[in-house]
Design a protein around this ligand. Structure first.
Ligand code: DUC
Ligand code: ZN
Length: 477
């Protein structure tokens, strides 16, 4: 073995999770990238001993919210500092949060402001999704195409929420543009009229306790909106991704669409696997800590979400980290009605450990499936692959060495987000990242953070799809 260092860093003696197998190999890093993977590599300036532990690609979280402009009157608890710090301590090395345009706003101005918020504070690399809440002809013509060109190659749309909701005609316009640009469209698929109608009825009859949150967001509405989004996507021949799938009925719609060969992708989140409607229906207000949309469903849905994750109906698992402090959740005191609680729960740091513990250590999935769901799949669907999401020569050296046997009970004081609670308090798990490496730098090791704000870089994402012109079948003469 030569004595002169050849690499900046070598991760030695790990069991490396490659897409096809897990192999005992070293990883050599130069200029922040993986430059060699093999046995007995030459020395590095820095040697990191993996000692037989599992080395996985750093997690890619393509659904998380941080420093988003005020929504429902409040700002998220995490900015890019605490949000990305929490991510890296939980083994995530790339995040894609949202620049949110609401009715009447310029999307470009929102994105420029979001760059300013992210640049000085991000600890790890990040992309930016475009939330299009006002798809005016001017925005679709003058703003969205250039923003996609600049690397924001995904659009999120909502079928519910005041100020964000698009009608079906507007959805078609967005899908039409996305197809012509090769961009991904993520759809928040809940039926707005069902939510508003049920909420009004419950509130009018003073049924405002927490349990009515889940009832007002009926899973029948999820199924309908998922089916509708799939139909619009089929009509106009544009791939979509259904966000945060929570209910068995929605899984069924997606499975059927995939069986028909439609380019429908789907995501779920740990809250739909590890929490249920029972966690919201508490005697005190603490259930507000689990209020998000769509809500965690009746427990009978969990096996169906797991089945969807394991059989490929659901392609990726993201966090939908959406952090509010408890006081903001219940700002109207002990009688805060369910419809006045801001939606969203924190989970950027617990996503990977929860999935590793129940998925890999629980015997449900291989290490390859875990990497596919939490890193490779999100990277591929959102134009980050192969720079991110995989251990391969040429990819960024975003790597996590796991302590697969570490037993831990989740407590908020162990986490690094700015939120003052975790909905997973008290949940026991096995497996936690012990070392996180971002572009060849150790940013976290054995409970200590070595990162600094501003080291994260904006990633210019490629277009996930080949741009296509007018849908041939629908518009054929
Ligand atoms: N649901 C969303 O769709 N976004 C953020 C928070 C939430 O609960
Ligand atoms: Zn979200």
């Amino acid at each position: 073995m030569p004595t002169q260092p050849v690499f900046e860093m070598v991760i030695r003696g790990g069991r490396v999770v490659l897409p096809e197998a897990t192999v005992a190999l070293d990883i050599g890093i130069l200029n922040g990238r993986i430059s060699a993977i093999g046995p007995d590599l030459a020395p590095g300036v820095q040697e990191v001993s993996a000692n037989g532990r599992i080395v996985l690609p750093g997690g890619v979280d393509t659904h998380c919210h941080m420093d988003q402009q005020p929504w429902e009157g409040k700002s998220t608890a995490d900015d890019f500092n605490t949000g990305t710090l929490s991510a890296l301590c939980g083994g995530t090395t790339t995040v894609v949060p949202f620049a949110m345009q609401m009715r009447g706003q310029s999307l470009r101005a929102i994105v420029e402001d979001y760059h300013e918020r992210a640049r000085p504070k991000a600890h790890i690399d990040y992309g930016i999704h475009l939330i299009v809440g006002d798809p005016s002809p001017q925005v679709l013509r003058d703003e969205v195409p250039t923003l996609i060109e600049e690397g924001c190659s995904s659009i999120k749309i909502y079928l519910t929420y005041d100020g964000l909701r698009l009608d079906d005609y507007e959805v078609l316009n967005v899908l039409d543009l996305a197809r012509s640009q090769g961009a991904m469209v993520m759809v928040h698929a809940e039926n707005d009229a069902c939510i508003r109608w049920l909420t009004e009825k419950f509130v009018a009859s003073r049924k405002t306790q927490l349990r009515y949150h889940e009832k007002a967001h009926s899973p029948i509405g999820d199924r309908e909106a998922t089916h509708r989004a799939i139909s619009l996507s089929e009509l106009i021949e544009t791939p979509i991704l259904i966000s945060h799938v929570a209910a068995a009925g929605a899984v069924e719609e997606i499975r059927r669409a995939k069986a028909r060969g439609l380019p429908i992708y789907a995501e779920t989140c740990p809250q739909y696997l590890f929490l249920s409607a029972e966690d919201i229906d508490t005697h005190d207000l603490s259930g507000a800590k689990c209020v998000c949309t769509p809500p965690p469903r009746d427990k009978s849905n969990q096996p169906e979400i797991w089945r969807g994750v394991l059989d490929g109906t659901l392609d990726i698992v993201t966090s939908d980290h959406s952090p509010w402090n408890y006081a903001d959740k219940i700002s109207e005191g002990p009688d805060t009605p369910f419809n006045r609680i801001p939606n969203g729960i924190p989970g950027i740091e617990t996503r990977l450990p929860l999935m590793f513990s129940a998925g890999v250590n629980g015997g449900r999935m291989s290490l390859q499936k875990f990497a596919e769901l939490t890193a490779t799949g999100p990277a591929k669907l959102f134009g980050l692959y192969p720079q991110k999401g995989v251990i391969a020569v040429g990819s960024d050296a975003d790597l996590v060495i796991w302590d697969t046997e570490r037993e831990l009970v989740i407590q908020n004081e162990l986490l690094h987000h700015a939120t003052d609670y975790t909905p997973y308090e008290g949940q026991a798990l096995r497996g936690w990242p012990s070392v996180t490496i971002s572009r060849g730098e150790v940013v976290y090791a054995d409970g200590k953070v070595f990162s600094k704000q501003g080291r994260g870089q904006f990633i210019v994402r490629s277009r996930p799809f080949v741009p296509q012109q007018a849908p041939s079948s629908t518009l054929a003469s």
